[in-house]
Design a protein around this ligand. Structure first.
Ligand SMILES: [Zn+2]
Length: 222
């Protein structure tokens, strides 16, 4: 008997032991959920703009400097982990090593400020457009994807003759490595990201409430 992919509406056949067809299996590995859409730079852009505005509005706050410091502390930890393995033979899982290496790669060619803005923007997006994320896991995968995407501009490019387009080399990470990276990013940016996201939503709700009241007051005029 042929097994069908478990995603409703998908006509793909699943392997004997798998739940999904090949395409959905790959999406699950790359995006954290078989039906998770790719959060592109373009989707995130308005939220990066919102974060920038918030930072500008509070340019004397020490929060941003503290965040950059936390990010740089995390990178120092990563370097420590990696050199411990080499120098003292301290066992470190392959997953953790991979995650540390990837974060350092990002840091090598991306300014801390850009990492801060992109990571915080992801939390804003999740708060304001929660339907874009199929699960918490899918959110974490997209967080890692967008932060890694910042380094992509400096990654190698190759020309695909078949499609006639220039493509970027983007190495897929194992789902476990992705989750460890997400955990480290979440430790640095999660709390501030969620708090700012809530503030943004409160502001928007506050504005629409004002609008409603103004409208009601106008209607009540005699
Ligand atoms: Zn499928």
């Amino acid at each position: 008997m042929n097994m069908r992919c478990r995603i409703p509406g998908c006509c793909g056949g699943a392997s004997r032991w798998g739940a999904y067809c090949n395409a959905h299996k790959i999406r699950d590995r790359r995006h954290g959920h078989p039906e998770q859409e790719t959060i592109t730079k373009a989707i995130l852009a308005p939220y990066v703009a919102r974060v920038r505005k918030r930072i500008d509005k509070n340019d004397t706050s020490e929060l941003w400097g503290l965040l950059e410091q936390k990010w740089s502390d995390t990178l120092a930890d990563c370097r420590c982990y990696l050199s411990d393995v080499v120098d003292q033979g301290v066992p470190l899982t392959k997953t953790k090593r991979g995650a540390c290496g990837e974060l350092l790669k990002v840091a090598q060619c991306v300014a801390p400020k850009d990492v801060v803005e992109t990571a915080l923007a992801m939390y804003l997006l999740a708060e304001m457009e929660p339907r874009r994320f199929k699960s918490d896991r899918a959110f974490l995968f997209q967080l890692v994807r967008r932060v890694r995407g910042l380094a992509e501009v400096n990654a190698g490019e190759w020309y695909d003759h078949r499609s006639g387009r220039t493509k970027r080399v983007y190495r897929d990470l194992s789902p476990r490595t992705t989750l460890v990276m997400a955990e480290m990013l979440g430790d640095v940016f999660g709390c501030v990201g969620l708090t700012i996201a809530r503030k943004e939503v409160e502001e928007i709700e506050g504005r629409s409430w004002m609008k409603q009241r103004t409208h009601a007051a106008l209607e009540a005029l005699v």
